[in-house]
Design a protein around this ligand. Structure first.
Ligand code: ZN
Length: 295
């Protein structure tokens, strides 16, 4: 029965190929990060020793994100999942539970001292570099445990990266020390920089709260515009993840100029000025300083 023998052989070959393919793919650890800033931090620590997939990409708003089928598949296939937590990804719990994944889920902000705005937890903890160090240490601790064979490399990557974050923080503090107290007020569309404000002794005002879902009331907007007209010393900034219309309206009504674009909740797309967490922080600080010094 040569035909049946051949068929059996073919089935065996196909089955073996599929099995080998599956086990080969399984050799690489699959990591999912909920948004682009966190994804960059994970990549800095793990290097090319795992595959990192980011759910909410560059220039996208994680507050109001709607996961796709591809996201559910990435989560289902993942070994390790990192989220920001603090109520940032309102969609992540459902996505993770409905995907049926066996991945372990890790909150990168564990141990951060939380800032509250009007009684609500501010989730934008990455906008302080010292918090960034906490994220990176948490990520490294998880990865060392999950990839023990790569422990030395992960620790070396962690240390080099943390050193860079700390050096930038020290440089920022030195530069900002010369900025007069009356030039430290900043207006953005949504309230994403509370941790940066605390770290560098600045004041950030925003017509929209810590969540981009809310719309400001006409009365709240009028109060902010009156305050800015009276103070007259604030710098306005648009953000990469929100519509510039609201900030433009404030500029029109107060006569204040728009000082540039800040990257609040997401990195820039490739070719932009903020393709990594470090580059984003440098860009934001330079943009803020240039506009505030000019005021
Ligand atoms: Zn935000």
């Amino acid at each position: 029965m040569p035909i049946i023998q051949n068929l059996t052989k073919l089935v065996t070959i196909v089955a073996f190929t599929l099995y080998a393919g599956a086990s080969l793919a399984k050799d690489r650890t699959k990591i999912v990060a909920s948004f682009s800033i966190l994804g960059d931090m994970v990549e800095q620590v793990v290097g090319d020793h795992a595959d990192v997939t980011t759910i909410v990409g560059p220039d996208a708003d994680a507050h109001v994100y709607q996961p796709s089928v591809a996201d559910a598949r990435a989560v289902a296939d993942a070994d390790i999942i990192f989220v920001n937590g603090l109520g940032f990804e309102t969609w992540s719990d459902t996505l993770i539970s409905e995907s049926g994944t066996n991945a372990s889920v890790h909150v990168a902000t564990a141990g951060v001292t939380i800032v509250t705005v009007d009684g609500e937890t501010d989730p934008h903890a990455w906008n302080s570099l010292l918090n960034g160090v906490i994220y990176v240490n948490n990520i490294a601790a998880t990865l060392s445990e999950k990839l023990p064979a790569k422990g030395d490399i992960i620790e070396a990557n962690r240390k080099a990266y943390v050193d860079q974050l700390l050096a930038l923080d020290i440089a920022n503090k030195a530069t900002l020390a010369n900025l007069p107290a009356n030039k430290r007020t900043v207006v953005t569309a949504h309230d994403a920089f509370g941790y940066l404000a605390d770290a560098y002794n600045m004041t950030f005002l925003a017509p929209v709260g810590i969540d981009t879902e809310a719309e400001p009331s006409a009365q709240e907007l009028a109060i902010l515009i009156d305050q800015l007209k009276a103070d007259g010393a604030a710098a306005l900034f648009v953000e990469n993840i929100t519509s510039p219309a609201l900030v433009q309206q404030i500029a029109d009504e107060t006569g204040l100029t728009i000082g540039g674009r800040l990257f609040s909740d997401a990195l820039s797309a490739r070719g932009g000025p903020a393709t990594s967490y470090l580059a984003m922080f440098e860009h934001n600080l330079n943009t803020l300083l240039t506009a505030l010094e000019r005021n």
